[in-house]
Design a protein around this ligand. Sequence first.
Ligand SMILES: Cc1cc2nc3c(=O)[nH]c(=O)nc-3n(C[C@H](O)[C@H](O)[C@H](O)COP(=O)(O)OP(=O)(O)OC[C@H]3O[C@@H](n4cnc5c(N)ncnc54)[C@H](O)[C@@H]3O)c2cc1C
Length: 400
Amino acid sequence: MQRKLDLRTGRTVWSAYRAPAVPQEALARDLSADVVVVGMGIGGALAADALSLAGLSVVAIDRRGAVKGSTAATTALVQYEIDQPLCLLSRRIGKERAMRAWRRSRLAVGNLKARILERQIACDLAERPSLYLAGDVLGAEALEEEAELRGAAGLAASFLPRAAVRETYGMDRAALRSQGNLALDPRKLTAGLLLRARERGARFFSPVEAVRFASHADGVAVETKAGPVLSARYVLLATGYELMDFVPAKNHRIISTWAFATARQPAALWKDRALVWEASDPYLYFRATHDGRVICGGEDEDFSDEAQRDALIAEKTERIAGKLKALLPAVDTRPTFAWSGSFGTTTTGLPYVGAVPRRPRIFAVMGYGGNGITYAEIAAELVTAAILGHADPDADLFAF
Ligand SMILES: Cc1cc2nc3c(=O)[nH]c(=O)nc-3n(C[C@H](O)[C@H](O)[C@H](O)COP(=O)(O)OP(=O)(O)OC[C@H]3O[C@@H](n4cnc5c(N)ncnc54)[C@H](O)[C@@H]3O)c2cc1C
């Protein structure tokens, strides 16, 4: 059993751009594959790409259809700089593990870029610097310490005093600047990855809902709501924030978030179109699209009621737009698109990825949070390695 969430509401900015169609079949009879992937968002798509490239046969299913879940709502700041600053994560899980999690995220963003270039996926990919602005979680002094700690972990970031940020970016705050993060169109990327996997023989079926998983010694039978059974050596649950009830969810909670996007205004944008986020709770974050719209989000709240979330779209949009205007008065903050979404997080901010306890042939990814795309790349790498029988040195960081 699984609770079905209303993952997003409103018109997202990505509806302004055309993503390629992903052919999906109706499931009329039983099938078998090396791996059945449940979910065709960015998580399922990256896994389908990695698994099919490794020579495994893949069948992916989705009860809504490809790219119809949270992936259509993401603001797609693809950062190796994860939500938990290195200094705070070190206090929670220890310095060595925190540094390893940060380095793995850095590696994942590089690997994702390489994957996109290698497969020639047209997804408006751009490498962007990022600015992490001083806020109520880390002030200017704490940001300087964060820069030092990152340096010690091999992750270069420069501390910019307030005057320097004002001068260069027009924002009146101290900040950490780092290089090598990505901006992209998540629907184009997800569809592109699925199409590449399809060229290697992967098959996609929707709408198909997985309802039960019967594990046996050398495989899993996935029962679908409409009847046909999918047999696989392994299953990957890439179901986003909707977890099957046997996936441990102790440290997982669903929160609500809001975002909006403006009309195109390339002349009003800040230097280098850096990805910007604040060291605050809740934090404001923003980026630009390839054609000059501003996408801005934040105001996360710790509740999961979807009606309450959606009723707040207008109020939250106004609040987020006001914060953006205060920071960048030259930007036109009138919303052209506004939407809300649900969002799964964990207590450490790190996702859980790996075999489900007592079900060694079923892998799950859980709790993606604000770095869902970076973590989906890590998950695709870890799960593919585990299925191929390769040890991944960071598997312990994310294991259930
Ligand atoms: C407003 C917002 C802003 C965000 N901003 C960022 C950001 O800037 N950067 C970032 O990295 N991340 C961000 N995220 C997070 C990121 O969008 C998500 O982590 C990511 O899209 C999750 O992808 P997914 O494939 O795991 O889930 P989804 O895209 O939700 O895909 C899961 C799929 O599984 C299917 N499914 C579920 N259960 C079943 C079942 N039983 N049978 C069949 N199919 C099933 C669903 O229908 C769904 O299509 C943001 C999220 C939101 C909502």
